[in-house]
Write a protein that binds this ligand. Structure first.
Ligand code: SF4
Length: 347
């Protein structure tokens, strides 16, 4: 292992090379045009487990609809979910909303340090550090997946993530001491995103190649060390598109907590939840197709059935097909499949 923890002079050379590269190669991202803490909080929340390309239009729409923490705090969760619809991982929207209500009720300003930021519901260690660095210029150590990978290679960290977290943090700290916090945090994350990528890192173009222990030893492909992945379980569900005698489709709202909380859904069987309404008895459906939806911790094999009932759906459950409320992607796929089936099978 060479240079795992940098001395001040080495760190200064590292930072100069990194920041010079960043000045030329950074991507133009809307949230980099501001230091407004609330906007950065929204962006960082959306960017968790989601690509920048996917986040860009949602960030613009969200900031237009909820331009301040007060506006978000005043909104109902249904309005927030309507703007978030399609971005996925809806728990993030719930937590952001809860956090905004907390901030609005405590003076309306995000605090400027990690310790106080961590007290806000939904703000974890990474978000607190990145806000402290980029919005408030505090020398917080920002470690996301990109930074952890860069550090694991720079210092040839032998433990796999997350067991390596403490060492990665110490390495990251040693390389950033004395750097301008916001630009440095963005630059090191950008290096991981553009150059030191998970597969095929572009070491020949890397501005910090001279400091990289894995590169010098010719073992970049061995880092970061990996742990064997647990097998993701498969579940199956049957999702039903049931029209009543007025042509309305049946939907119900999920519980306020848990997976896809508060979102509307088509009724379904065989996975989790209430099953089909008992009033439908042994409803006979027509199979129109199927798909697989991947959650982080399981895969769901879905079959889609269409059916009709003779009466009207109960109040609050019958929706015009052209005016459905926001649905999670899992259910949007079923609705799209039914629409395609109907257009192919027009009388
Ligand atoms: Fe990553 Fe290669 Fe740069 Fe090392 S030299 S930091 S492995 S891109």
């Amino acid at each position: 292992m060479s240079e795992p923890y940098a001395d001040a002079a080495t760190a200064a050379r590292f930072q100069a090379a990194l920041l010079a590269w960043f000045a030329v190669h950074q991507r133009a991202l809307p949230w980099r045009e501001t230091r407004a803490p609330y906007a950065l909080w929204v962006a960082e929340t959306m960017l968790q487990q989601t690509t920048t390309a996917a986040v860009k239009p949602y960030f613009a729409a969200f900031m237009a609809r909820f331009p301040t923490v007060q506006a978000l705090g005043k909104a109902e969760i249904g309005e927030v979910l309507a703007v978030w619809q399609g971005l996925g991982y809806y728990r993030r929207a719930h937590l952001l909303h809860k956090g905004a209500r907390h901030v609005a009720a405590h003076g309306g300003q995000l605090p400027d340090n990690e310790t106080a930021l961590l007290k806000i519901p939904g703000i974890g260690a990474y978000t607190a550090a990145v806000l402290a660095a980029t919005a408030f210029g505090q020398p917080a150590v920002v470690v996301d997946g990109n930074v952890a990978r860069v550090m694991a290679r720079l210092a040839r960290v032998e433990a796999p993530w997350p067991r390596s977290a403490k060492q990665i943090r110490a390495v990251a700290h040693s390389w950033q001491v004395g750097a301008p916090p916001g630009p440095y945090a963005n630059a090191i994350m950008e290096l991981g995103n553009q150059i030191c990528t998970p597969t095929s890192p572009q070491c020949l173009l890397c501005p910090v190649q001279a400091h990289c222990a894995a590169w010098q030893a010719g073992v970049v492909g061995d880092y970061p060390r990996k742990v064997a992945k647990a097998k993701v379980p498969d579940y199956a569900a049957s999702v039903w598109w049931v029209l009543d005698n007025k042509g309305a489709v049946f939907l119900r709202q999920r519980p306020a907590t848990g997976l896809l909380a508060s979102l509307w859904e088509l009724p379904h069987t065989g996975w989790q939840g209430a099953g089909l309404p008992t009033a439908w008895g042994d409803l006979t459906g027509r199979l129109v197709g199927g798909y697989t939806h991947v959650f982080t911790h399981f895969r769901l094999k879905v079959t889609v059935q269409v059916a009709k009932v003779s009466g009207q759906h109960p109040a609050g459950h019958g929706f015009a097909v052209c005016a459905l409320p926001p649905l999670p992607n899992l259910m949007k796929k079923a609705a799209t499949m039914v629409a395609a089936y109907n257009s192919e099978n027009k009388p």
